[in-house]
Structure formats: structure tokens, C-alpha cells
Design a protein around this ligand. Structure first.
Ligand code: SAM
Length: 360
């Protein structure tokens, strides 16, 4: 039996191969659902692995590479509490844009790839000529889309110019605030946005802008987290992790950027005028506590992602929004980090994929 203390995350290739052997675990609905429904579906699929051989499904997997991207370091930023943040529209987005965060975003991309069986989107898009990836981050999704669909043109837009310099010829990046008026000269067949729940003051504006920017029959698709993290039992209650997430998400609310809006995406799409709105739910166990090789792989990646992301998520939010000092945030985060690998805490990240079609 492998030593559980040295259990490690597989490389993307190994993980994907492992995952492809296993069945998909998702639920789907054709209309709006509440976040409670997301919770319900999670309960059906996540079972605690109580066997002694809890790590066997992780086998001989390779450790997480320390760097996932070779991105250019030439970008503008402002420094705060040891992290860097975007300069354009300074202060608007609350997570950093430094190398550590870029590496984490690329790791998180692997998690999404495993979750969606390497599909970049789930909407039944026809005639894929123009794609827009809003809040593109390191641009990893946009670059993969450009490689996969060489006859399409892909634009990635973001507040931070942190995308690589050398990209496929059918891909380009722009610095833009997606909450400003959209001025694209062409119409899109797909507008995609991933992990943007922490970004917008007015998600309905973004969704309405996407509707205007699409060709008739085109799709808007979001892949996102449903905040807060939950557990299948009461094992999250009273933990330092629970205290960390409550403080962080409450402080974000106070700063006027609610991080809890993804549960409303389907409703917003329908209210904006999208039709055939589909919502699907997935879960990432926070560590390899859940039964089954697929969930163990996802859990191993997720644990790494959370450990790398906690300070990034909470530093600006708690110092700007809750009056905490850097040291206080570090202390709170350090205590919460100790809970993340604890397999007695049966917590998971609820995920949502929502897409809708612009009427013909
Ligand atoms: C959590 S990252 C996700 C990046 C990418 N979509 C991914 O999944 O890897 C969110 C990104 O949205 C960008 N962002 C936040 N607010 C934005 C806005 N108002 N307009 C454009 N981009 C924004 C941030 O700069 C950041 O790169």
C-alpha cells in the first residue's frame, strides 16, 4: 500500500488517462435550479472512502509540477501585502495576478479539464467561427480552444495582460473590463467565462452584453464555483476552514462584489433573453476523502489548488473589506490550511456549468 503521507497529485496526462477510465458524474437540468439543488446532487455522488487502503487509487502518480505555465513576466501591476494585482482599473478585482496565482490558475485548468473529460465547453455550438473568452486569466483555455478549432478566431480579454506572448495565430488577447460597454466589431458564436464568480459587481450586465455580442444561435457558457464550499455531513462545521470561508465571503459581500452569484446564472440568462438554458453540476472533494479513483484524482488536485489559493482569495478581501492586517490573514489562513488535507472533513467545492442559446 502506498504511504499516505507521500500521496501526490498525478501529472495532467496521467490524471486524464485515469479519469477517462471512469464514468462521468454529473447531473443536468433544462431550467433554472437553486444552489440547494446543486447541494442535493452532490449528496448523491460523493461517498466517503472508509477503507484502510484510502490512497490505493492514487497509485504511483507523479507529483504536481511546480510550474504549469511559461508565461511572460512583462505586465503592469500594483503591489500589496506581498502579492501583485492588476493596474488597469486598479482595485477592481480582488485576487492577485502574480506568478503564483498564474500557476494556480493553470493547475485549476487541469481540474476543469478532468471534470469535463477534456471538453472545453458543453454547449452544442454549430458554426464555430468566433469565440470570446472573458476574464481569460493566463489564457490557457483560449489557447487550447484556438488549437482545437484552428478555423475559429479566439479572443481572450482580461483586466490583466498576463497571457503569453507566443500564441496560436488564430488567438489574441486584449486588456478590457468586461463590465464596460462591449465594442466588438464582429459577432461571436460562443462567449465563454470560467471561474468568474469572484469578479463581477453586476453579472447581469455581463450576461446581457454577451447576448448582444452573439450571433443568433450562438451560446454563452459559464463554468464556475458555487460558493460557499459545503460538506456531505456536518464535518465542516466548527472547523478553521469554515471560519476562513465565512469571513472571506462576508468581506467580499461588504466590498460590493458578491461571490455567491453563480447559483443565479441560469435565471439571469433566462431573464436576459437566452433560451434552452442548461445547468449541470459537478463536485470537487477538497482532498482525496471520497470513494473512487476519479474522485480521488480530483480531490488530490483540488487539495493542491485550495492550498495554493487560500491566501490569494482572502488577502485583499480581508485586509480591504474586514480591516484585518496581513499577519492576521496569514494566521487565519494557516489554521484553515491545516484542515484542507484532513480526510475526516467531507467537504467539496460545488461547481456549475450553465449555457444558453441566443434565439435565432
Ligand atoms: C479566477 S480568474 C479565472 C481565469 C480563467 N477564466 C481561468 O479559468 O483560468 C478570473 C480572471 O478574471 C479577470 N477579471 C476579473 N474581473 C474582470 C473584469 N471586470 N473584466 C475582465 N476581466 C476580469 C481577472 O483578472 C482574472 O484573470
Amino acid at each position: 500500500m502506498p504511504d499516505s503521507s507521500s500521496a501526490s497529485v498525478p501529472s495532467a496526462h496521467e490524471a486524464t488517462a485515469e479519469v477517462l477510465k471512469n464514468a462521468a458524474l454529473s447531473t443536468e437540468s433544462g431550467s433554472s435550479k437553486s444552489s440547494d439543488a446543486a447541494d442535493e446532487s452532490a449528496l448523491e455522488h460523493l461517498n466517503v472512502d472508509s477503507s484502510d487502503d484510502a490512497d490505493s487509487a492514487l497509485g504511483d502518480m507523479a507529483p504536481v509540477p511546480s510550474t504549469y505555465s511559461a508565461t511572460s513576466s512583462i505586465y503592469h501591476y500594483v503591489e500589496e501585502n506581498g502579492r501583485t494585482y492588476h493596474k488597469y482599473k486598479e482595485g477592481k478585482y480582488l485576487l492577485p495576478n502574480d506568478e503564483a496565482e498564474m500557476d494556480r490558475l493553470d493547475l485549476q485548468h487541469q481540474l476543469w479539464s478532468i471534470t469535463l473529460f477534456e471538453e472545453l465547453f458543453l454547449a452544442p455550438v454549430k458554426n464555430l467561427h468566433n469565440i470570446l473568452d472573458i476574464g481569460t486569466g493566463t489564457g490557457i483555455w483560449a489557447i487550447e480552444a484556438a488549437n482545437k478549432y484552428p478555423s475559429a478566431h479566439v479572443i481572450g480579454s482580461d483586466l490583466s495582460p498576463i497571457q503569453p506572448e507566443y500564441v496560436p495565430p488564430n488567438c489574441h488577447f486584449e486588456v478590457d473590463d468586461v463590465e464596460d460597454e462591449w465594442n466588438y466589431s464582429q459577432k461571436f458564436d460562443l462567449v465563454h467565462g470560467r471561474a468568474l464568480v469572484t469578479c463581477f459587481k453586476d453579472p447581469f450586465f455581463v450576461i446581457s452584453s454577451a447576448l448582444d455580442a452573439l450571433n443568433p444561435g450562438g451560446f454563452l457558457e459559464f463554468h464556475d464555483f458555487v460558493i460557499p464550499l459545503r460538506s456531505i455531513d456536518d464535518s465542516l462545521q466548527g472547523t478553521a476552514f469554515q471560519s476562513w470561508q465565512e469571513k472571506t465571503f462576508d468581506a467580499a459581500d461588504k466590498l460590493g462584489t458578491s461571490w455567491r452569484n453563480s447559483a443565479n446564472y441560469s435565471r439571469y440568462l433566462e431573464e436576459a433573453g437566452f433560451v434552452d438554458v442548461v445547468e449541470k453540476h459537478f463536485q470537487w472533494p477538497i482532498n482525496p476523502w471520497a470513494k473512487g479513483a476519479r474522485m480521488k484524482t480530483i480531490g488530490a488536485y483540488c487539495q493542491e489548488n485550495i492550498l495554493r489559493g487560500m491566501e490569494a482569495l482572502s488577502m485583499a478581501v480581508l485586509t480591504r473589506g474586514a480591516g484585518m492586517t496581513k499577519e492576521e490573514v496569514m494566521e487565519l489562513t494557516a489554521a484553515a490550511k491545516r484542515d484542507v488535507p484532513n480526510r475526516d472533513i467531507h467537504a467539496y467545492v460545488p461547481l456549475i456549468v450553465v449555457y444558453g442559446r441566443k434565439p435565432e
